[in-house]
Write a protein that binds this ligand. Sequence first.
Ligand code: PEP
Ligand code: MN
Length: 340
Amino acid sequence: MILILKPNPDKEKIEKLMQHIKDRGLSINYSEGARTTILGLLGDTSGIDQADFEVFDIVERVQRVSEPFKQVNRKMHPEDTIIEVAGKKIGAGYFNVFAGPCSVESEQQILEVAERVKAAGASFLRGGAFKPRTSPYSFQGLEADGLKLLLEAKRQTGMPIVTEIMSEKHLDLFADVDIIQLGARNMQNFMLLKELGRSNKPILLKRGLSATMEEFLMAAEYIFAGGNHNVMLCERGIRTFETMIRNNLDISAVPLVKMLTHLPIIIDPSHAAGKREMVAPLSRSAIAAGADGLMIEVHNNPECALCDGAQSLNIPMFDDVMTDIKRRVEFENRELQTRI
Ligand code: PEP
Ligand code: MN
């Protein structure tokens, strides 16, 4: 249930109304926008009568939120959320490119890729240290050593970093990571979602391989429910009957997310495509659909990559894609967040 207040409500009256809500055992999601103030009621509102709140003269309207996702719901927070991290803004028209290898493989590799994606205009360096692999015999990532190398790349280049967490036991290792990625395979790891909800780190939440939009948003709701409101969503392709591409990029997820929620949405064309040739056209479609950023896999020597080489752009390809991205972001009247 949400209470939409009349313009410029009296502060004391808001306090009184909030106390009235709390007395009913509910908690409040307070959202003060440029035009409207909304009080979102959290908890079991099934036995509560709307008229109970309509009697307050500062209340314009009471509306039930039928969707199971409440705090991430745009009804609770009509304006786009902007996440501020490492001096950059994510969401609401600010456009970010997260680029780097699927996995951190060596100091030389991550430093070279970091320098090059920074020079091309990426705003965040991505790289996996803990890798969720289908086969236990595949390269599992350099784990804690990989994180150290990423942090070294951050120190040397000044680029903020995003990397995937696979277990809540590792949270301490992520203290200096700028954005924690929760991968597709862990989208419904509820213990991990709860722990990330308790942390104060920005989270990039990837959509599960076969997750419906409602399941995806409920995963984000878990993080919000724990108190962490710095969540960006990432559409990375979903599983369909098609076998000729790795995953189907669900481009309609972009306008749908914008309609249903206030959170930023990033598109990962690399894991959707599975082939580097498809990354540029899918990136173009993401910008046109209104995505808030792109996550692109880039490797200095993709032919020898230990993971996801076929979908990784080489450096010259990434340079070209970035030139194209810059032009299109400008055309859309959006602001590219770069380091340089
Ligand atoms: C990744 O970003 O390298 C990754 C493993 O992605 P996903 O969780 O989307 O498969
Ligand atoms: Mn990958």
